[in-house]
Design a protein around this ligand. Structure first.
Ligand SMILES: C[C@](O)(CO)[C@H](O)COP(=O)(O)OP(=O)(O)OC[C@H]1O[C@@H](n2ccc(N)nc2=O)[C@H](O)[C@@H]1O
Ligand SMILES: Nc1ncnc2c1ncn2[C@@H]1O[C@H](COP(=O)(O)OP(=O)(O)OP(=O)(O)O)[C@@H](O)[C@H]1O
Length: 297
């Protein structure tokens, strides 16, 4: 028997970052929006835990027990006193190390797939606790939709979204390390008073209304200067998408994927074509939002 779970990528429509905490993490006001680019995780009973992966970026995904999907299976098994004997196959469509929570998606997918395969029926609240232990973005990968993440991003409050937003994602060559981007944020803000991170009311209103023009005016990412500092060429991609008619452009999370919010689906197609023609990115992907969270197929 096999269980397959589909899990979306995310973009952060607001990422307000506070000062580094004593534990090295940063408090956030993190407005997550799940977007229609998906990984699939299939769990099948096996003699031991092993991981396989297919997809254009599969060679960049670790297949040992450092894979977040493997760690998710181990944690769930340990909680129920089981052996984590499972084959996890990942069909990867989310860019790797791209700031779109691909590893987190696989962790949430593995958790849900193993819970169904093993019949462990773990309560939702416990699944969310395990997600938070695996990484700050993992709880959101499980719930999807839109949510405000506080703390290090793991404490979620669901948000209302009043319509469909059409995005284009410009995928860069190579990834950026999330800890390195936060470290660059710390370097750039040294000696500066970093304000407490707070969610923007106009942004939450724009999401609730489903108004792309209002959302475009309020998008923000405090990690963007750090990502641009580590990868200056991202500025060319942002400029190419803006020149092509995107309503707004920003770095997705810790980058290096850039996100472009567009008026509607035809405009998104035009922006994607222009980005590809500009030669400033490896590929351009269209995705509507919001998207549902981890779902058993
Ligand atoms: C940039 C975002 O993707 C925005 O959603 C997240 O904040 C990152 O979430 P993630 O990849 O799940 O990150 P984690 O695996 O929890 O942490 C990786 C590293 O990122 C840094 N980190 C992460 C989250 C946070 N609130 N503050 C941090 O400083 C820490 O150096 C941490 O060691
Ligand atoms: N299942 C997985 N898929 C992809 N990368 C994984 C996975 N498990 C572990 N990794 C490791 O995690 C690193 C970050 O990958 P990931 O795709 O999650 O980055 P990201 O999308 O930038 O994350 P985030 O947006 O949550 O900060 C990779 O370079 C890889 O070494």
């Amino acid at each position: 028997m096999s269980v397959t779970v589909r899990v979306p990528a995310k973009v952060n429509v607001q990422l307000a970052v506070g000062a580094a905490r004593p534990d090295g993490f940063h408090d956030l006001a993190n407005v997550f929006l799940a977007v229609g680019l998906y990984d699939e995780v299939t769990a099948t009973a096996a003699d031991e835990l092993h991981i396989t992966c297919e997809g254009p970026d599969a060679d960049q995904v670790p297949l040992d027990h450092t894979n977040l999907a493997a760690r998710a299976a181990q944690k769930l098994a340990a909680r129920h006193g089981l052996a984590p004997d499972v084959h996890l196959h990942i069909t990867k469509d989310i860019p790797v190390a791209g700031g779109m929570a691909g590893g987190s998606a696989d962790a949430a997918g593995a958790l849900l797939a193993c819970d169904a395969l093993w019949g462990t029926n773990t309560p939702r609240a416990e699944l969310l606790d395990i997600c938070a232990e695996l990484g700050s973005d993992v709880p959101f990968s499980l719930v999807g939709g839109a949510a405000l993440g506080t703390g290090r991003g793991e404490r979620l409050r669901p948000l209302e979204v009043g319509g469909t937003f059409h995005w284009v994602f410009a995928v860069a060559d190579g990834g950026l390390s999330t800890p390195a981007v936060y470290a660059e944020f710390d370097r750039l803000t040294e000696g500066v008073e970093v304000p407490e991170p707070l969610a923007s009311k106009p942004l939450l209103d724009a999401l609730a209304k489903g108004d792309p023009t209002a959302l475009a005016a309020t998008l923000s990412n405090d990690l963007q200067p750090a990502a641009l500092s580590l990868r200056p060429s991202l500025a060319d991609t942002l400029a190419a998408g803006t020149a092509a008619g995107a309503l707004a452009a920003l770095v997705s999370g810790s980058g290096p994927t850039n996100a472009f919010l567009t008026r509607d689906a035809p405009s998104a197609t035009k922006v994607a074509e222009a980005l590809l023609a500009s030669g400033t990115c490896r590929t351009a992907r269209l995705a509507p939002s919001p998207a549902p969270g981890a779902t058993v197929l």
